[in-house]
Design a protein around this ligand. Structure first.
Ligand code: MN
Length: 537
């Protein structure tokens, strides 16, 4: 991401001297588009495929091992089920080679993780030093080259050559002995479900690697007296690698004021082309002026964030300095481009939104990832759910159908009526996550939810909304969420699974609790109690 940030900065310089000529307009549009692409561009990540064996079996056997693992790698890459490339590595048979390979994986900045598989038996003491020095995500693929036992021809040579059932147990033992986190996936390598599990883990691994590139800009402190959005920023950097820095709000406001009228006009045109305008009796000219304020904020904020290499931002409606409006439409569009966001100074959620956006980068048919907030319940039997929204800042990536611009007064704060994008969210399964600081540790709460259409339109509600029923049902889901200490703010996504986020938390060495179809309050309370002991420092 640091590299991408630098590229963005250079691109930006090329448009500073914007004027009204058509060429320049096209260039500004291209620059905005590039900003969009860059924010969710990950490195050309690769995953190394390392097969374990030893020199006990002779060269012919080792030649087969290498041939088989190469074929697996080729077919995994050809499957279309993996978001990143797998790179074959020579069979690991000695302590020295194992240690060297893992250290090379550490140093290779394109390597986001290692996939290991013991085709034969590989004595696990050989792996101790290499694994101890390894610092990236690891998947233990427990598979076998042949699908079926070859009943007619099987002999001891075949058994010795194809003994993952044996070798992978020896190998797995040493991780457990070392207390090391790793993902284990078992199944036949050519099966789509196994390949999809590998692909899903790859996104978790990229989240682990990218986490340490997340920098959150705070242009406002945490909202006064609010507890759940607070946290230990030093501990967050130790655990997750996040840099969370404060800037005076008027520095970014100055960047907004520097945006030329020409640039603003181009972007307002784009808004008016792209979105439906809901005047609702307001003066057309004044409406457009208010929209233009958000366009200036979008451009100014994006330039300021890119120049200083931040990928997430928090605002606070009560601390806007010389900004004329609470950033609404502007923040919504920045989120859509890939920036993390948290309201009222909530830097933990801002970082999580960014993390989840980068984890889903490049996903085909992605349905969206957003900052979200629990607002109001529907408690009608059979129709239970939580209406989700925020004051303004919901990411349009989750929108279903048309998106409109509205202007309304805020009931809080003291600024102009801000322009915002309004829409309703898609239907389908999703996850809502909340990262909280319990004082002695972080806990990630992961709730599976079913997003639905609200039963009726809400014409007087001037914000984007989602409506969901948490699993296993509203009562148990909300009770468990509250018992776990989950926030009213969430990082929400249709495109990640609870397992992916739980695996990310495990890699980060923090507690994760799942609220899903299997949750009961009695079991959940016990889990929280046991975790409080397990995670005691
Ligand atoms: Mn809020």
């Amino acid at each position: 991401m640091a590299g991408n940030g630098r590229v963005m900065k250079l691109n930006r310089k090329s448009v500073i001297s914007y004027n009204r000529s058509k060429v320049k307009v096209a260039r500004l549009k291209q620059f905005m588009k590039e900003g969009e692409d860059k924010m969710l561009e990950t490195k050309n990540y690769q995953f190394w495929f390392c097969t374990g064996s030893q020199d006990l079996y002779g060269d012919e056997c080792l030649a087969h091992v290498a041939e088989h693992s190469q074929k697996i790698v080729e077919e995994l890459n050809a499957s279309g089920n993996l978001p990143y490339e797998v790179v074959w590595k020579p069979t690991l048979i000695t302590n020295e080679l194992i240690r060297k390979t893992f250290n090379e994986a550490n140093m290779d900045e394109n390597c986001a993780g290692v996939i290991t598989w013991m085709h034969t038996f590989s004595p696990a003491k050989s792996w101790i030093l290499g694994l101890q020095e390894y610092r990236k995500p690891l998947l233990h693929l427990h598979t076998q080259f042949n699908r079926e036992i070859p009943y007619d021809m099987i002999d001891m040579d075949f058994m010795n050559e194809n003994q993952a059932a044996h070798g992978d147990r020896e190998y797995g033992h040493i991780f457990s002995r070392l207390g090391m986190e790793r993902k284990v996936v078992m199944g036949y390598w050519a099966d789509a479900d196994v390949q999809e599990k590998i692909g899903s883990w790859m996104r978790t691994a990229v989240g682990v690697i990218e986490s340490s590139h997340i920098r959150v800009m705070r242009i406002a402190d945490n909202m006064r007296n609010v507890a759940v959005t607070e946290g230990d920023k030093v501990e967050a950097q130790i655990k997750f690698g996040w840099e969370v820095d404060a800037y005076p709000v008027n520095e970014i406001a100055a960047a907004v004021e520097e945006v030329s009228k020409g640039d603003i006009d181009v972007l307002v045109e784009e808004y008016y082309d792209k979105y439906e305008i809901l005047l609702e009796g307001r003066d057309e000219k004044e409406f457009r002026e208010h929209v233009a304020v958000q366009a200036g904020i979008e451009i100014g904020f994006e330039r300021f964030l890119a120049e200083k290499n931040y990928q997430a931002i928090v605002t606070h409606f009560g601390d806007l300095g010389s900004l004329k409006q609470l950033p609404g439409l502007a923040i919504q569009r920045l989120m859509e481009k890939g920036y993390g966001f948290g309201g009222e100074g909530d830097w933990k959620t801002a970082a999580m939104v960014r993390l989840m956006k980068i984890m889903t980068a490049g996903m085909k048919d992605a349905k969206g990832t957003s900052f979200m907030e629990d607002y109001t319940y529907n408690l009608v039997p059979g129709k239970e759910g939580i209406l989700q929204a925020h004051m303004l800042e919901v990411c349009p990536s989750i929108a279903d159908g048309k998106i409109s611009i509205k202007e309304q007064p805020l009931s809080m704060g003291d600024r102009e009526d801000p322009a915002r994008l309004v829409f309703t969210a898609k239907e389908g399964p999703a996850i809502a996550t909340s990262l909280i600081d319990l004082g002695d540790r972080f806990r990630l709460i992961i709730n599976e939810v079913d997003c639905k259409k609200a039963e009726k339109p809400m014409p007087k509600l001037p914000v984007a909304t989602a409506f969901w029923t948490p699993k296993p049902n509203l009562q148990t889901g909300a009770e468990a969420w509250i018992l776990a200490g989950g926030a009213h703010h969430t990082a929400f996504s249709y495109d990640l699974s609870a397992q992916q986020m739980g695996d990310w938390a495990a890699s980060m060495g923090i507690e994760a609790v799942y609220i899903d179809k299997d949750t009961t309050i009695r079991q959940f309370k016990n889990e929280l109690l046991w975790n409080s002991v397990a995670y005691r420092k």
